[in-house]
Design a protein around this ligand. Sequence first.
Ligand code: C5P
Length: 201
Amino acid sequence: MAFTIAIDGPAAAGKGTVSRAVAAHFGFAHLDTGLLYRATGRRTLDGTDPVEAARALRASDLEADDLRTPDVAQAASRVAAIPQVREALVDFQRAFARRAGGAVLDGRDIGTVICPEAEVKLFVTASDEVRAGRRFRELQENGFDTTLDEVLDDLRVRDARDSARAAAPLKPAGDAITLDTSDMSIEQAVAAAVEAVAARL
Ligand code: C5P
């Protein structure tokens, strides 16, 4: 039985953590779709054409260990505004969503464009300041030399670009459940998400 959980939201809202935990809880597979755009964006940093990069993408490219840098994040959000890039990545995501045994996909347009028929749709969000604080600590732990202000700017630029683009903009699906994690611990956010999914299983 294919059962799809779509988890969308802005950068650093906790989508990844919630998605991984929900997938582990229900024994579902998990796809972080941001990695598709990050891997595509990373290729363009050496001059590769974005549409060519998206068409040539392989699953193994998603495992590269330098996809989490701020430069790659910005490149990802730039290539993600190009309709032909998005089109090139649709089939891989839909095939993943339909796999037997259930799937969790997280991104920006999963509930609206990739899997509008998903059984459960969550829109995970948090205030700009909370999101920047979380991402700042994460980058610091990974040895990046940055400031909270830089991280806040980076998130705002990406969110503005992701929300304003014509192709599959960041927005909650009409039937998504919004989870604002600003005042929640990780445990509370995960528990709320698991509860929302369990109610529809
Ligand atoms: O989620 P993450 O921060 O890794 O995503 C990187 C960028 O990829 C986002 O800023 C967004 O522009 C793009 N993205 C997208 N659609 C998705 C997932 C990510 O446009 N489903």
